[in-house]
Design a binder for this molecule. Structure first.
Ligand code: CUA
Length: 323
């Protein structure tokens, strides 16, 4: 095997596991889809090989050694496809019904609105007010969760390959999906409908927590941003307002309430910034503030490249402290 083939084989196998693999399901929806995928792939392969073998045989065999052509046509051309496709069709009806069935009594509803190119996330518990976040979704394991998705601009598609099939996010329409995540872990979701220049950088993390941990997490998320504990953080917060960041962002507990961009109340506690683009740390936050247009061209955040280094570092440190 040459180097290229070996690399392709390694990449293919590596893709089978991991946080964004439809081949490593963590919920019943994704497992149903995977089973169907394997049935179609293996069945299709067997049929293809059989048809090719028969074709070769038909070409090379003399007519005397190829008896019963009529029964081959009836059996292989009519009976076999009708039986196979009917069985598959019945299976698909059941699958489709299971995939769109909503939990009667979801423990949590997560509303997600797609934007070019980020995700606005609202959590709603039965009887509880909404809690806003962005670009990361945290859900409890073992409890039914309903997603309600729509879009603020163009059509996006909400896809968590390890947990469920994709559903479209359409302006003016709410599409719904129910899942029960089976095991805690970090998964990755990705926009699955081409939506413009930065479609590829429209991802999100999905964190599945043990239910008790999730309850504590959700309670903690309701806490507004604290007052800065150190002078540098206070300087960073002041710079946030001096440069007008509140024109687009909200930080609960401060005068920033705009909904144009992602809610930043607990941005330092999220795994990534820029919709799954960069790991969250002071360096990536500073880089994002200074060069958002260079890192993700055409997104709606301008590059604040006029800030001096100390101010930039302070603002990034303040945002990173919001956990
Ligand atoms: Cu949003 Cu592609």
């Amino acid at each position: 095997m040459d180097g290229g083939l070996a690399l392709a084989a390694v990449l293919l196998l590596a893709a089978c596991e991991g946080r964004q693999s439809a081949l490593d399901p963590g919920a019943a929806n994704a497992r149903d889809i995977l089973v169907t995928t394997w049935v179609l792939f293996v069945g299709g392969t067997v049929i293809f090989v059989g048809v090719m073998a028969l074709a070769v045989w038909a070409v090379v065999a003399s007519p005397e050694r190829f008896p019963g052509a009529r029964s081959w046509v009836i059996g292989g051309g009519i009976v076999f496809p009708v039986v196979t496709l009917t069985v598959l069709q019945v299976h698909e009806f059941g699958l489709a019904r299971r995939l769109v069935t909503l939990a009667a009594d979801p423990a949590l509803t997560v509303e997600v609105t797609g934007h070019m190119w980020w995700w606005d996330v609202r959590y709603r518990e039965p009887g509880g007010g909404p809690l806003r976040s962005a670009n990361e979704i945290v859900i409890p394991a073992g409890r039914p969760v309903e997603f309600r998705v729509d879009s603020a601009d163009v059509i996006h598609s909400f896809w968590m390959p390890s947990l469920a099939g994709k559903i479209d996010m359409i302006p003016g329409r709410v599409n719904r999906l129910s899942i029960v995540a089976e095991r805690p872990g970090v998964y990755r979701g990705q926009c699955a409908e081409y939506c413009g220049a930065q479609h590829a950088l429209m991802a999100f993390d999905v964190i599945v927590m043990e239910p008790e941990r999730f309850d504590a997490w959700l309670a903690d998320q309701r806490r507004p941003a604290p007052d800065p504990a150190e002078p540098e953080l206070a300087r960073g917060r002041d710079a946030f307002f001096a440069f007008g960041c509140q024109s687009c962002h909200a930080v609960r507990g401060t005068p920033a309430v705009s909904r144009i961009g992602p809610d930043l109340t607990h941005v330092g506690g999220r795994l990534s910034i820029g919709a799954g683009s960069f790991a969250t740390n002071v360096g990536s936050l500073a880089g994002w503030i200074a060069s958002a247009q260079h890192l993700k061209p055409e997104n709606r955040m301008p590059s604040f490249d006029v800030m001096d280094g100390e101010t930039l570092r302070a603002m990034a440190a303040w945002l990173e402290s919001l956990k």
